[in-house]
Design a protein around this ligand. Structure first.
Ligand code: UD1
Ligand code: BG6
Length: 371
């Protein structure tokens, strides 16, 4: 079942152009001269009015699923006009945090069976919120117990480290934002541009997968390190968290995703000429802020690896002293889908080189069904 691949994780990383295509199949409407481009999510269409009228949208999940929601959050805020908040399921339960009747609670889970996410769903149902599921597993507990939802249709994922489900979850939440914002004329041009971006996304992911050998070389360089930091912000704060989660969970190397805006409030103290740091600086509204972060890390002799948009290597690394990963540019809100791929490849190669179990990392389970 692994075909030409050595591991399921490797297969699932390389499958992403196809899994994204399946996720979007039948859900993007081309439009023509008489009809605008739009999105159709069968599972949500009868609930969009309620979602638009809700007081807030709160995303709830664990691990990679939480990171996917975090990646989609800025675009959801932009198009829904409703406050969007984030909850790690376990933390919501620990605090018994407020969930109201006027809330839309969105439960994101690849398996649809994660214990904390399910308990948070029970809690939100008891509190009277509209409960929406985003899951990869038809018939799962979350799919059955939510009021409505969307199946991500990424196909079965076997590697414990989630890869293709992450990118499909982001694509679904971007489509969800487009569907929620569908009644707003002022955002129509923006929505159509992002729909065009979604149509082109599988090919861009195909293109970024060509970095495989480059990521293997980078893994050779980093394989004996103790630690690896990842700095991101805006749309790509989630990319830093998810990239670091991948490195930690499969390559068993300490890694931390850091919000670049918090750099001066602690992380800067760690910077020296030995600690490797990946900075995500693809072109979006935060680009100039990331350029200044790079300069400040340089000034402290940081060992930098910068991920930037194709052709912008010289812009982010003028003196040639850092390593550059150039990725294809897509619509800003879809860039996290492209940017995570080199980091998935890096964590895969680090794991193989370090001699660890790729598909079943020690102490971890694909589906955590106990608290
Ligand atoms: C559905 C069919 C799909 C068919 C398409 C044709 C299923 C599972 N899907 O897809 O095979 O090709 O119509 O129009 O039969 N739901 C939840 N919670 C969740 C996820 C989903 O309640 O976490 C509900 C949805 O609200 C919906 C149903 O499950 O009522 C199916 O969801 P989804 O597969 O996303 O719907 P479609 O894309 O319309
Ligand atoms: C486990 C998996 O920790 O559960 C992760 O190993 C996953 O890959 C997390 O992100 C949440 O799982 P799910 O199925 O709710 O998305």
């Amino acid at each position: 079942k692994k075909g030409n691949y050595e591991h399921f994780m490797q297969k699932e990383i390389h499958e992403q152009p196809e899994s994204l295509t399946t996720t979007m199949r039948g859900r993007l409407i081309c439009g023509d001269s008489s009809k605008a481009k739009s999105v159709l999510l069968g599972g949500l269409k009868d609930h969009l009015k309620t979602i638009r009228r809700s007081r807030r949208i709160v995303f709830i999940g664990c691990g990679t699923s939480y990171n996917a929601a975090l990646a989609a959050r800025p675009f959801l805020e932009e198009l829904s006009g409703v406050p969007v908040t984030m909850e790690l399921a376990s933390d919501l339960l620990d605090r018994q945090g407020p969930i109201y009747r006027e809330d839309t609670a969105v439960f994101v889970s690849q398996s649809g069976e994660t214990a904390d996410t399910l308990l948070a769903l029970q809690y939100a149902l008891e509190n009277g919120a509209l409960c929406v599921g985003i899951t990869n597993t038809v018939g799962s507990a979350i799919a059955r117990n939510t009021h409505c939802g969307v199946h991500i249709n990424a196909g079965c994922e076997i590697g414990v480290a989630s890869t293709k489900a992450y990118t499909s979850q982001i694509a679904v939440m971007a489509m969800m934002a487009l569907a929620i914002g569908d009644d707003t004329i002022s955002s129509q041009a923006r929505r159509e541009a992002v729909i065009d971006g979604l149509f082109g996304l599988p090919n861009k992911v195909k293109e970024v997968l060509k970095l495989d050998d480059e990521m293997k070389d980078l893994a050779k360089l980093l394989m004996d390190e103790q630690s690896l930091l990842m700095f991101g912000r805006g749309y790509n704060y989630a990319t830093a968290l998810e990239g670091a989660l991948k490195v930690k969970e499969v390559a068993l190397m300490h890694s931390e995703g850091i919000l670049a805006g918090e750099m001066k409030h602690g992380p800067l103290a760690l910077v020296d000429e030995t600690l490797p740091i990946i900075v995500i600086a693809t072109h979006d509204a935060c680009f100039s802020k990331q350029q200044s972060v790079i300069q400040q890390l340089h000034a402290r002799k940081g060992r930098l690896i910068v991920m930037c948009s194709k052709g912008e290597g010289p812009l982010v690394c003028s003196n040639g002293s850092c390593r550059v990963i150039e990725v294809p540019q897509v619509a800003d809100c879809l860039q996290p889908v492209v940017n995570i791929v080199p980091l998935q490849l890096l964590s895969y190669h680090l794991t193989v080189l370090r001699g660890y179990n790729v598909d079943q990392p020690r102490n971890l389970a694909k589906s955590v069904t106990t608290q």
